[in-house]
Write a protein that binds this ligand. Structure first.
Ligand code: SF4
Length: 322
């Protein structure tokens, strides 16, 4: 399984500490993984080819940076989620394995490199995400826009999903990105509002919710999508409240997956939700009117994103015909 429980916390991109703000924290307890979380080790010819394309184009993926448990399956099918704006994040969320610190300059070649990789991989649908760049005036929105344009030039038939930061205190940034009209605008709320101060201390729940609502207000043809992790101490009632908040903001697609602890310095796992409990959450969410719901222990917001996009589009057509 790719998710690490590493007592040392791994080195960051420059060889320094990957999570300097977590270094002095006491180790958290580790809960034994249940059988339904176990996945195969990454291997196979297509997995290797995906890796080569990523390296040849000097790209970073969230699949590797976040130690995603699905990397073996996704990369074998040539699905990778590109992470732009560098590999160092200015936030320090307690669940996330992406390195934190002061990022370097933007790579002006990155948009074209992403476009070239998408074309080489022959992707029908691509997900582009990024680190948080609170140090940039536009939070990196223009770089997202350039990346969308480069993908459209290199791979005109590919549909594009952006999984964005929250653009907190970046006036005009989200609008710039909405106007580039990606097919799906995805921003994860991650957890329930009560846990924001410990899990997403640099973010604000209502700001994130409003971001997704603003997408719909500006262009209601864009699909909106958001995700939650469970296993951080939230209650079922709190999750149901978040579902209602999401529906009020017009969010089309909800994903819910199990939180996995990247290292012992990260937030502890409160508990593993069972597959039956995930099914129960999916049933409730479907009854609330989301166009699509994906809820399972290994659901991640970019997992099966291509197939899910086709289903999302079909679900909207069906609803509009009704
Ligand atoms: S689920 Fe997403 S982040 Fe994980 S390996 Fe697949 S594409 Fe990458």
């Amino acid at each position: 399984m790719a998710t690490l429980i590493d007592k040392r916390t791994p080195a960051g991109p420059g060889g320094g500490h990957r999570h300097p703000e977590k270094r002095e924290r006491p180790d958290t307890a580790v809960l034994r993984k249940p059988d339904w979380i176990r996945v195969k080790a990454p291997a196979g010819a297509e997995y290797q080819r995906t890796k080569e394309i990523v390296r040849e184009n000097n790209l970073v993926t969230v699949c590797e940076e976040a130690a995603c448990p699905n990397i073996g399956e996704c990369w074998q099918q040539r699905h990778a989620t590109f992470m732009i704006l560098g590999e160092v994040c200015t936030r320090a969320c307690s669940f996330c394995n992406v390195a934190t610190g002061l990022p370097g300059a933007l790579d002006p070649q990155e948009p074209a490199n992403v476009g070239a990789a998408v074309a080489k991989m022959g992707l029908a649908h691509v997900v582009v995400t990024s680190v948080d760049r609170d140090d940039l005036d536009d939070g990196g929105a223009d770089h997202f826009v350039q990346t969308i344009a480069a993908i459209r030039r290199s791979a005109p038939g590919t549909t594009i999903e952006v999984l964005t930061p929250d653009f907190l205190r970046k006036p005009g940034a989200a609008e710039m990105l909405i106007d580039a009209a990606p097919d799906v605008f995805n921003h994860n709320l991650e957890t329930v509002p009560r846990l924001y101060l410990t899990i997403r201390p640099g973010a604000r729940y209502y700001h994130s919710l409003r971001l997704l609502e603003r997408v719909k207000e500006r262009n209601d043809r864009l699909f909106t999508k958001s995700g939650l992790m469970v296993g951080l101490g939230e209650t079922r009632a709190e999750i149901i409240q978040v579902m209602d908040d999401m529906r009020s903001a017009g969010i089309d697609f909800l994903t819910i997956g199990q939180y996995l602890q990247p290292t012992r310095k990260h937030a502890a796992i409160d508990r593993y939700w069972t597959p039956e409990e995930f099914q129960g959450l999916a049933t409730i969410a479907e009854s609330k009117g989301f166009l699509m719901v994906s809820a399972s222990p290994l659901t991640r917001s970019s997992h099966h994103a291509g197939e899910d996009f086709a289903r999302l589009r079909a679900a909207r057509e069906t609803r509009e015909r009704a």
